[in-house]
Design a protein around this ligand. Sequence first.
Ligand code: PLP
Length: 493
Amino acid sequence: MDIEAFRKAGYQAIDRICDYYYSLEQRSVASQVRPGYLKELIPDNAPEEGEDFQQIADDYQRCIVPGLTHWQHPSFFAYYPTACTFEGILADLYATSATNPGFNWACSPACTELESIVMDWAAKLFGLGDHFLNSAEVGGGVIQTTASDSGLVAIVAARSLYTSKHPEAKLEDMIIYTTTQTHSLGVKAGLVLGLECRALEVMPEDKYALRGETLKRAIQEDVGRGKHPFVLVATVGTTSSGAIDHLGEIGEVAKSYPSLWIHVDAAWAGITLACPEYREVAQLDNINKYADSFCTNFHKWGLVNFDASTLWVRNRKHLTDALDITPEFLRTKEGDAGVVIDYRNWHLALGRRFRSLKIWFVLRSYGAEGFRRHIRQGIELNKHFVSLLRSSSDFSLVTEPSFALSVFRLMPPSIVSTEIDKEKLEATLNDLNKDYYSRLSGRNDIALTQTKMNGTFCIRFAIGAARTKKVHVDHAWQILQEEAQATLSAWGK
Ligand code: PLP
């Protein structure tokens, strides 16, 4: 493709993307294709001769779009949102047009310097302490691919720091702490690093949040049997229910065990720190006081298209000590002089995408106030959803709503009043809600996800897609009621 053909195809692509967004609301939220559908549409081998690009672009519409689940659909309430904006799309286009793997400052100074500046913008937007700022040159911020990568990088740094202070620690005795509600990233890091991961218990009466006492007991127990707990992955806004671990209590416990690295995973909820009124509940002070590393994803609720996971560390040396491998061919005079950041030493891979551009575009175009408006709107819509849910005696919240997430289940009086055995009632409610969820997931005009909390099967309703408005929440509520009635009728209730 030459430059003029690219110009023509590019205009068409933008036109088609605009048409896609105009048509989004009329589309099924979840893709309706069956497994293996694409094999019937695409040949088994790449073509020997190049094909006409128009045909390729048309095949994107014909073969690929039907197999997409539309995460930008305003009725997408599943998982957590991945709110995408046109500013972010354009930034990615520019970034791709320059394609460079900016691993050293010298590879493309603009990439490193923009990342370093934008991470400080974001840190200040969230109220993070000065010790996390790149400009302070002690800690600093770096963009990772995902929160799982951010967690893994933090754990690698924690391990390296711990073994440097405790050379006697054997890898088989080192323990990563998570909770039963932590995202699977903790277990996966253990798997990748060959380390034990211990999930600490959390209780429904604590809203599924980790207490300091639980951590203290675990540390005493593990240290007592010669183990080396070296990192805790605490969460602000767990995946299942948005629970917020008690960072103040955790931090106090960690004071007696200073080698324990505290990584705070706020992949979804961290973005709320942009709004001063949510900083207390999202525990900003404790993050600033106790976290050795902190991560939030702009690519979830933060209006930046996937991927953009922002990670800050209290001490950048802990990252670079763990990850700096510099063969001759990667040396530069600026790196040798220590006057620049070489981000290759702050993450696992060598090459890296130019992700700061999209955060820069979005933050400039929305402004801090526009960004906050988006967060506040999601939380307000969730309050509205909760009031609808509470207006019906058939529904019950499984735990307190968290920011823009509600976790609920069907709990109709017609069943609750007839079953006195608590265990049997819970089993019945689980079966009922599985049936209910199976109806909901069969619909194409809404997307939700299920979860299980300490054995209770429940349904998550996560607001935050960039185009979701009250009308979509009202429509969702109508569907939830319709399917509830259908489920209860099928159960003869
Ligand atoms: N942490 C939390 C609390 C999450 O909710 C999620 C995903 O929903 C993740 C981590 C994983 O995010 P990523 O896909 O960026 O690894």
